[in-house]
Design a protein around this ligand. Structure first.
Ligand code: NCD
Ligand code: ZN
Length: 349
């Protein structure tokens, strides 16, 4: 980590968040304002219960998101389709042609929260992938091996070796986003295949390593998937995010859960990072003396990858201490905020 730079304010095009879990119902209403306040557009993950697998379900979910927006908010949800073993290539292509969804999400079955309806074998979606390749529709991947024999800290690298390399070869025209990368190997792989592959990087994977999960005791609110890795991987992710390289862009993977579901004998995976996301990213870029590249990562590389125009509006971030609450209320429950109740060096004005 280098010394923070002398820059005290930075104005960039309004950012987008290319990986968001907004959930539904009361949770959606509680968390959406944080994302909409910072980001103009977001790719909405489809892992609801039941998952968003049809055009009709995606349309209805999009309407629920728009209805939950605070008055005056300027925010566009970009929907995705959850792939299963039974996904119909025609449904995928029709939803894409109608502009209902912009991408499809591949969860290897059981890889993460609400992934049990995911794909058990890529062979089952060969026709879907071929169609997506033909029509130019993007594939977003939760890149972790689900082989129970594989150590949890190796699941991303094993997925790349055993699955992703073959997938790129089998579908050379398919555009792939490897979501929330956590390893040096993944960053290197994406860089080496940048014509076909891009990656999102979360704020938390830039700030914590696997030791943070056990700092002074078990920290359930830092547990997400893919799980944070060793320090050398965190440093490699920092280099990737702050490089300005077109293949890396912002995706918070904000994944809220009621505190009770995380502070449990078998706590679930996901960090609620939306409220502090932009401040966290700015801090990282500042510490890496790379504020000049923040706009590329947050506001330019993502739209360019998806073939969308960058946002015209500008936002200004200031070096001024801010603080979010420790948690938000959700009925009788609460949702704990990543880096909540801690001083943040940067604020959005
Ligand atoms: C996500 C969730 O809770 O939906 N959890 C997580 O740890 N990131 C699912 C996911 O993106 O893996
Ligand atoms: Zn996610």
């Amino acid at each position: 980590m280098t010394m923070p730079s002398a820059i005290d304010t930075i104005t960039i095009r309004r950012p987008d968040d290319w990986h968001v879990h907004l959930r539904d119902g009361a949770m959606l209403a509680a968390v959406l304002p944080f994302t909409a306040a910072q980001f103009a557009r977001a790719i909405i993950m489809p892992n609801l219960t039941p998952p968003i697998t049809t055009i009709e379900a995606a349309r209805a979910y999009r309407e629920r998101i728009l209805a939950a927006l605070p008055p005056g908010a300027n925010f566009q949800p970009l929907m995705t389709c959850y792939l299963t073993d039974h996904t119909d290539p025609d449904e995928i292509a029709q939803g894409y042609a109608e502009g209902v969804w912009v991408a499809a999400k591949l969860y290897p079955a059981g890889a993460t929260t609400n992934a049990h309806h995911g794909v058990t074998d890529l062979a089952n979606i060969g026709g879907v992938l071929a169609r997506m390749e033909r029509i130019g529709m993007h594939l977003l991947i939760h890149g972790e091996s689900t082989d129970p024999e594989v150590d949890i800290f190796d699941r991303e690298s094993v997925f790349i070796e055993r699955t992703l390399i073959g997938l790129l070869r089998a579908h050379p025209g398919l555009r792939i986003v490897l979501e929330h990368i956590t390893t040096e190997g993944a960053a290197d792989f994406v860089r080496a295949h940048a014509n076909q592959c891009a990656a999102t990087i979360t704020p938390h994977h830039l700030l914590i390593n696997r030791t943070s999960l056990f700092q002074g005791g078990l920290r359930p609110h830092l547990y997400c998937l893919p799980v944070a890795k060793r320090e050398r991987h965190r440093l490699a992710l920092r280099r990737a995010a702050t490089s300005g390289d077109a293949c890396f862009f912002l995706g918070t993977d904000t994944a809220p859960h009621p505190a009770g579901a995380k502070e449990a004998a078998c706590g679930c995976a996901g960090c609620f990072v939306a409220p502090t996301a932009l401040a966290c990213y700015a801090q990282v870029f500042d510490e890496e003396n790379a504020l000049a590249n923040l706009e590329k990562f947050a506001s330019l590389n993502g739209p360019a990858w998806y073939g969308l125009p960058p946002n015209e509006a500008r936002v200004t971030l200031r070096r001024a201490t801010s603080r979010q609450p420790a948690e938000i209320a959700l009925g009788d429950e609460r949702v704990v905020i990543f880096r909540g109740d801690e001083p943040l060096a940067w604020s959005l004005s």
